[in-house]
Design a protein around this ligand. Structure first.
Ligand SMILES: [Zn+2]
Length: 349
């Protein structure tokens, strides 16, 4: 009897998810969502949207959601595993991600619930709030006040620079990459298998770190860049990463450290820094991304020359052509001079 009741509930969960995916493009989908999440997150279904481009664009070529299984998690709670997959033109099936979401019985009605918020409470992640930053730390790590205050200070410095109020955000400190993925319900992500220290969910103002540190600055800059993007509609990944690396370092190391890393490899490797779009594909060292470092060097030069007004100009760049114009206008360096300029910046540090 009990088993049948469970089966009925699981069928109802399936129907709920089906309804959700049919309506994923419509705000109406939030009627199927736990209202507590909507008070706390702007985009509680961020990862379902992010990995489910198929449903988002209603494009059969994108990744399609499939409910793999639904299990009972506790008395009134179910957990659903959803894969996003497609077939390549050669007919090979590819799974891009497997995401888990929680379905909870709210006063007799099943509602979809955000996995992060659910897990933080279920596994008793510590909460400490400092100057508008809500730190949530894994039970496996200690809350380090000193590091938290360094982040508060950095947030205040960056807000001055961007001439805005210090941003309020969540900072989720995990002990490993696996824990960082699991706590927000990413059970598998094809694009993230190599790891990574930190990520930012700009829609919900949440920073995730996997190294257990409370003072990972780089991601904070991305939050400010995103706020600027909302105002200007100008976005450039190159300058976004450049600013974050210049102001906040990368992979827990300063810009100077990364420049030194590149200089060491220049003794036996030849680089060409002219094509800004192609820098990503240059292989330096696991720890150092060439595109981030070159963009950060350019940000440093522009700041040294023009200060805040330089930042305002960087924030208006949304194409690679405009990037070359900015470098020419701000630094007097033409595209053909760029390679020599970057080389000298690296060698002379
Ligand atoms: Zn970044």
């Amino acid at each position: 009897m009990l088993k049948e009741q469970n089966n009925d509930q699981i069928k109802s969960c399936l129907l709920l998810l089906e309804k959700y995916f049919i309506n994923i493009n419509d705000p109406i989908r939030y009627q199927l969502w736990n209202s507590l999440d909507l008070n706390s997150l702007s985009s509680p279904d961020r990862y379902l949207k992010y990995y489910g481009y198929s449903a988002y664009y209603r494009d059969p070529d994108y990744y399609q959601p499939t409910v793999l299984s639904i299990i009972k998690d506790s008395d009134k709670t179910y957990k659903a595993f959803i894969s996003f997959s497609k077939c390549t033109s050669q007919g090979i099936p590819v799974v891009s991600a497997i995401i888990s979401v929680i379905i909870v019985d709210v006063e007799g009605e099943l509602k979809v619930t955000n996995t992060l918020l659910y897990n933080l409470e279920k596994y008793k992640w510590q909460e400490n709030i400092r100057n508008g930053i809500t730190f949530r730390t894994s039970p496996k790590i200690a809350f380090e006040s000193k590091e938290a205050l360094e982040l508060v200070k950095f947030n205040s410095t960056i807000s001055d620079l961007f001439e805005t109020e210090p941003l309020r955000f969540r900072y989720v400190a995990c002990s490993t990459f696996e824990e960082m993925q699991k706590v927000r319900g990413i059970d598998f992500d094809l694009s993230a298998q190599s790891g990574g220290i930190a990520q930012t969910d700009v829609d919900n103002s949440i920073i995730y770190v996997s190294n257990g540190k409370l003072n990972y600055f780089h991601e904070v800059v991305h939050l400010y860049y995103y706020q600027s993007y909302l105002k200007t509609n100008c976005y450039s990944e190159f300058w976004n990463e450049g600013l974050a690396t210049y102001l906040g370092g990368s992979m827990n190391q300063s810009l100077t450290w990364h420049i030194n890393q590149i200089r060491k490899t220049m003794a036996f490797k030849k680089y060409d820094f002219t094509d800004l779009e192609n820098l990503k594909s240059i292989d330096v060292l696991d720890s150092t991304n060439m595109s981030y470092v070159v963009a950060a060097i350019l940000c440093r030069s522009i700041f040294n020359k023009s200060g805040k007004s330089g930042l305002e100009k960087i924030l208006l760049i949304d194409s690679i052509e405009k990037s070359y114009d900015l470098i020419q206008n701000e630094l007097g360096i033409s595209k053909s001079q760029l390679n020599e300029y970057i080389k000298s910046e690296i060698e002379e540090q």
